[in-house]
Design a protein around this ligand. Structure first.
Ligand code: BGC
Length: 495
């Protein structure tokens, strides 16, 4: 039936209309709230590391280094493991939480898992907001990370299951859209907070997240009650996953899920290797490195935040029309070109030694091409990094595979966060070539290995692999195998 999504649940067959009704839209919007919380923390990381009062309190030696009039090497002035540990700790705890999300959901139900997620988040944000030393700050961030990891395990999956096949791309990208809104909100909060005298500014920024989360989660839980029947269907559909006795074993060693396993690891891995979080976490630091003043750095990160939000819209409107592959390939090419240009501009001004000052024109060009790069990401690897995994996993291993996706994403977010400042110090402007080379590799990967999934109902996704020039060799099709066996037997009997 064209335009219709059929949800198989036990013996029942339910048909949800193949159009985006107000209800479907509302349900997807509610489910995408997790994206906002996730984004807020990404944006906050960037803002905090460029807030003076915050740096003075927790990282005084780096602050002194920043203030020095004569800088020996611009590329290395922020290189500090403690600063990057602060940044990546949240994502490391989210990595662990991603593995707990499935079992917790099964044992305590989705609602309580969400409740646990928001409690951890609120407690962590409050602790961060009142922190007077680094251990308090770090503990707060670890708690926030646990909340984020639990939260983003479910959101993309639910949206993709809920959405009619023809609009699945558009609705799923709501998650990424909310994430970009979260990042922008954090950028703006930090900007406003930086105008507040003393330490209150950043404390407001950190706790604001908690207040918003508490509200969003309440709305989410209330919303879930309103749309209970359908959500129960979906939860039950996920519960059917239990029919596979050992989903983890099946996924990794069953041999049946080779394409899914490949993508559940490589999509999030590559998404982080685009280098996007270098911009999201460190845009202010980066802009400061190339000589911007304090105010200008924060304004620039608000600009990149805006570009991120608006460009995500492009993906929302086009993913179900031009398809996922076209967006990946176009966005990837755009990112490679802009990364080469940003690296070259920085290199021309600072050279290998990292000394010198950047002219205003060059600084403008850098901001411009950083924006072109962010736009490319925002309609390719950003939304597709969550959309593709959420639509290709079969029911039995869906929860386990999504845990892997979230964990790989979070781990490499932490990893890039941790090594970026050291990489910048050693690779200098070559850092942008480094990420550009990775984007080239991943674009070729997509070109050769990703089948188009637009408009394909989730339950029919298996055909997509069967038709693909590479993956068809790995898809075990029982009926075909049985057929071949029978044909062989008949041939033998007849001879
Ligand atoms: C990524 C984040 C990134 C964000 C930027 C998300 O899809 O997972 O790591 O910061 O996009 O918009």
């Amino acid at each position: 039936m064209p335009g219709t999504l059929i949800v198989h649940h036990h013996a029942r067959h339910k048909t949800y209309p193949g159009e985006v009704t107000g209800f479907v839209f509302f349900a997807c919007l509610i489910a995408s709230v997790g994206g906002c919380i996730f984004g807020y923390d990404i944006g906050l990381t960037a803002g905090l590391t460029s807030t003076e009062a915050f740096m003075v309190q927790f990282f005084p030696s780096i602050y002194d280094e920043m203030k020095k009039q004569v800088i020996v090497n611009e590329y290395c002035k922020f290189d500090s493991q403690i600063l990057t540990l602060f940044c990546s700790s949240l994502f490391l705890s989210a990595t662990v939480a991603a593995f707990l999300a499935g079992p917790m959901g099964r044992s305590f139900g989705r609602k309580w898992t969400m409740f646990a997620a928001s409690s951890a988040y609120v407690a962590g944000a409050c602790l961060g907001g009142v922190a007077v030393n680094f251990p308090m700050l770090l503990t707060g961030r670890i708690l926030v990370g646990a909340g984020v990891g639990l939260c983003i395990h479910a959101s993309p999956l639910y949206i993709s299951e809920m959405a009619p096949a023809q609009q699945r791309g558009m609705l799923n990208i709501l998650f990424q859209f909310m994430c970009t809104v979260g990042i922008l909100t954090a950028n703006m909060t930090t900007y406003v907070a930086s105008k507040v005298d003393g330490e209150w500014g950043w404390r407001i920024g950190v706790t604001f997240g908690a207040v918003e989360t508490a509200r969003a989660t309440l709305a989410q839980i209330r919303g879930l009650s309103d749309v209970r029947e359908e959500f129960e269907d979906l939860t039950a559909a996920c519960e059917d996953g239990k029919a596979v006795a050992h989903p983890w074993r099946e996924l990794f060693f069953g041999g049946k899920y080779k394409p899914q396993l490949t993508f559940c690891i490589f999509i999030p891995f590559f998404q982080q290797l685009t280098g996007i979080n270098v911009i999201m976490f460190y845009a202010p630091v980066l802009f400061k490195t190339v000589g911007f003043k304090q105010n200008a750095t924060l304004v620039s990160s608000v600009i990149t935040g805006l570009v991120n939000v608006f460009s995500t819209f492009v993906a929302t409107l086009t993913a179900d029309k031009v398809g996922r592959r076209a967006l990946f390939l176009q966005g990837g090419t755009q990112m490679i070109i802009s990364q080469i240009l940003v690296g070259t501009f920085i290199g021309l001004q600072f050279g290998m030694s990292g000394t010198g000052a950047i002219s205003e024109q060059y600084a403008m060009c850098i901001v411009l091409f950083v924006c072109v790069y962010v736009a490319g990401f925002a309609w390719s690897w950003g939304p597709m990094g969550w959309l593709i995994p959420s639509e290709i996993y079969p029911l039995g291993v869906r929860s386990a595979a999504q845990s892997v996706t979230v964990a790989v994403n979070m781990f490499f977010t932490a990893f890039i966060g941790q090594i970026f400042l050291t990489l910048l110090c050693h690779l200098r402007f070559g850092l942008f070539y480094f990420f550009g080379a990775w984007v080239l590799v991943m674009t070729l990967f997509i070109a050769m290995l990703l089948p188009e999934t637009k408009n394909v109902p989730i339950e029919e996704m298996a055909h997509v692999w069967r038709k693909h020039w590479f993956w068809r060799k790995f898809v075990i099709d029982n009926s075909d195998a049985r057929g071949a066996e029978m044909r062989k037997r008949i041939a033998l009997e007849m001879s």
